[in-house]
Each structure stands twice: as C-alpha cells, then as structure tokens.
Design a protein around this ligand. Structure first.
Ligand code: ARG
Length: 404
C-alpha cells in the first residue's frame, strides 16, 4: 500500500520589517518561486509601528501567515548583555548594534520555519553588506537544511521596481518620502549609512541623529551610579533594573547628553571600507562603566588576556559567526572572567562623554594600603630593586651584545 503523493507548495519564511522593501518582497518571492510566504517580524526595540499593525500589513500584502515577536528582553539579555560583558567594540569603536540583532532575529526565523514546515528563509539585505552574511551564516548554523534567498540580491528587486510593483498591486504601503539614508536601529543603538555620508569628507548633519542630542549644546551634567553583579547591570541610582531597562534608561540619560555618537570608516567582511555613523548612548555608557569596574575587580593577567579575547569575540560577532564553536568557547571565558565584576560605578554624563568619577566594590582588588604614598604603606619597597634586576636581565644581556 502506498500513500498518494500530495503536491506540496513550498513555504518561505521572510524576515519582515513592515517597510516597503520587505512588503513588496512577499509578492515578489511568491511570483519568483511559486512558494507561500510566511512573514516574521521581530521586535528588538527598533521602535516605530505597533506589531499588530505590521502583522496585518503582511497579510494584506499576501503573506499566508504572519507572526510577530516581542523579543526586546530576549535581545537585551541574550545578545546585548554578552556584548557588555565583552566590552565589545569592533575596531575599538562600534558596539556591534546591527551585528547583535541578526542572530536574535535568525533564531525566530528558524523557529518559524520549523513550525510552518518551510524549507527556505528570505531576508531583505543587499549583496554588499555584512547583514546578509549574518542572516545566512546564522540560518545555516541553526537550520542546516534550510535554503536562503534575498530578493534584492538574487531576484534583482531594485528600489524602483519595488515601487512599481507596489503601485501595480496596490499594496497598502506608502511609496513616498524614502529617506536618503539606510538606517538600522534597535534598543542597543542606531546605524546610519549612505546618502551624502558616502563622501567621507562630509560631516554628519544634526538631522540624522535620533537617539542623541547635540553634545555641543549647553546643558547641566547628569550624575549616574550603575551597579553590576557579576558583569550584569542590575541597578541604576539604586533602583533595580532589568538589562533592557538599563539600556533604555541610559539611552535616555546618556542620549540627552549627546553620548555615544560614532563616525567611522569601517572594514566590512565583504572587503569594502564603508562610512558608518552610529549613535549608541546606552551601550557606550554601560560598556564604559563595566570596563572600569573590571579594572577594579579583575586580576591583571586575566584582564590582559581578556582584552585579546574581547577583540576576537567582537570580530566573530561582526563577521556573523554568533552561532559558532569559537564564539561559544569565548563566551565561556568571558562569563568566567565576569564572576567578580560586582560593584558600583559613578559617572558624570556630560557634553558627549561618560566620565567615570568613582568606583566601589566588595570584590575590589584595589588595596589602599598597598597603593598609598601616605603613611600606612604596606608595600615592601626594598623588594623592588631585586625584582627589577631579574625582570630586566634578559633585555640587559641582549643590550650588551647589541649596543657595540
Ligand atoms: N555597518 C554596520 C554593521 O555591519 C551597520 C549595518 C546597518 N545595516 C543597515 N542595513 N543599514 O553592523
């Protein structure tokens, strides 16, 4: 006895933002592949429209199913928090805002693909950026049997054609007033690229910023105390916070002081150098505080080694290898190194910078009696000379040989 073959329509899960491109992509993918499209929107704190409005729009644009997920807390705890513990800054500056959100979104896409029996996952990235790599490397890691497509890259879905498609099909979405910039934002920060910023001599104009005020404007300084427990921000000015609340509150307070603006030329994974402007007030304030608390609580050799690990961790995450063996192993190290990072950091937020002015910790390695130059000094200075003689010995022998 054999079962009758039922022709199955292929199903595609699409990473849906609610914007013009991914709305058009629903119908575009259906036409190109003959597949049914399931739209999945993930809220990582990008703000903007209500999730239900986005869900209904996906259905109105032809999706057979539409799912929305509020992943703000999950994003803060599982993605931003490890970045804070790693003091993560790609090229010493960029706190990985977009790079952190992609694996968070991927997790929901792959779960939806499994749930709806879809064999393909689609995203709206172009073929020139890092985000396509992050989506697809993540999808392959979590769903090795899934196929990936990107209509903008693979099916020549240009902006002009998308607008024409939208008008021809009378999709319920505005095609007017496209911002000249490509913007990606979430609770950890905001990335602004393209437009006049592509000329790297052009200074950013005030208009492009949303999370930060102009740091040059006169205003009163703001003093904040951030408390950490094993590397996790747990209170602000003595009031308990979740990780999400810590980021949100500091986005407000550090943002009001113009903190966290970054203007840089960045090395993309695909080989291009690109101009990027970021604003990440909460991220920069938290990393600044966390890093200083590490200076107080982490032993020297561990701290020195951690700096190398941090750099590698940031590169892996930037390069889209969030779900990878090396990243996982480094997470273990970073977690261990954060065990003693408990205490309070006081900062003055003002004129574009977060300046640490005080530290306090029960796990402190700072020993006043060892450090003081006043009476009560417990450091035995008589040991220093012998230490230096032996410490410098090998360089001294080499110098004797080399300085003729
Ligand atoms: N260059 C940054 C990164 O690779 C930001 C990317 C922002 N994405 C965007 N579609 N504008 O992480």
């Amino acid at each position: 006895m054999h079962r009758k073959e039922i022709p199955v329509t292929e199903r595609v899960v699409l990473a849906y933002s609610g914007g013009l491109d991914t709305s058009v992509a629903i119908g575009w993918i259906a036409e190109e592949t003959g597949a049914e499209v399931i739209a999945v929107a993930v809220d990582v704190g990008q703000g903007g429209e209500d999730l239900d409005v986005i869900r209904k729009r996906a259905l109105a644009c032809g999706a057979v199913e539409a799912e929305v997920a509020d992943a703000k807390d999950e994003f803060a705890e599982e993605y931003c928090l490890p970045a804070i513990k790693a003091n993560a800054r790609y090229m010493d500056r960029y706190p990985l805002v977009s790079a952190l959100s992609r694996p968070a979104i991927v997790k929901h896409l792959v779960a939806a693909a499994k749930k709806h029996d879809a064999s393909i996952v689609a995203h709206g990235c172009t073929g020139k950026g890092n985000d396509q790599v992050r989506f697809e490397a993540g999808i392959q890691a979590l769903g090795p049997d899934l196929k990936c497509i990107a209509p903008v890259r693979d099916y020549a879905m240009t902006r002009d054609k998308a607008i024409a498609f939208c008008e021809a099909k009378q999709l319920p979405i505005a095609t007017t007033k496209k911002s000249p910039y490509s913007i990606d934002q979430n609770v950890f920060g905001r990335a602004i690229e393209t437009g006049f910023l592509e000329d790297i001599w052009n200074a950013p104009i005030e208009d492009i910023f949303e999370y930060t005020s102009n740091p040059a404007e006169p205003r009163e300084a703001d003093e904040v105390v951030i408390s950490f427990a094993s590397g996790v921000p747990v209170a602000i000015d003595g009031r308990p916070v979740t990780v999400l609340q810590a980021i949100q509150q500091l986005n407000e307070r550090a943002g009001a002081q113009g903190i966290g603006r970054i203007d840089m030329v960045e090395d993309r994974l695909v080989g291009i150098k690109s101009r990027e402007v970021y604003e990440a007030p909460g991220a920069i304030a938290l990393i600044t505080a966390h890093q200083e608390l590490e200076n107080v609580t982490v032993e020297r050799e561990l701290a020195r080694f951690k700096r190398q690990v941090e750099q590698r961790w940031g590169e892996l995450v930037y390069d889209g290898l969030w779900f990878s063996p090396l990243k996982r192993a480094l997470d273990g190290f970073i977690e261990e190194a954060n065990q003693q990072v408990t205490g309070d950091i006081r900062m003055t937020l003002h004129a574009g910078t977060a300046v640490v002015t005080g530290r306090r910790s029960e796990r402190s390695l700072y020993d006043f009696d060892l450090a003081t130059y006043d009476t009560g000094d417990t450091f035995d200075q008589s040991k220093a000379q012998g230490f230096i003689d032996i410490f410098a010995l090998s360089a001294k022998i080499a110098a004797k040989r080399d300085l003729v």
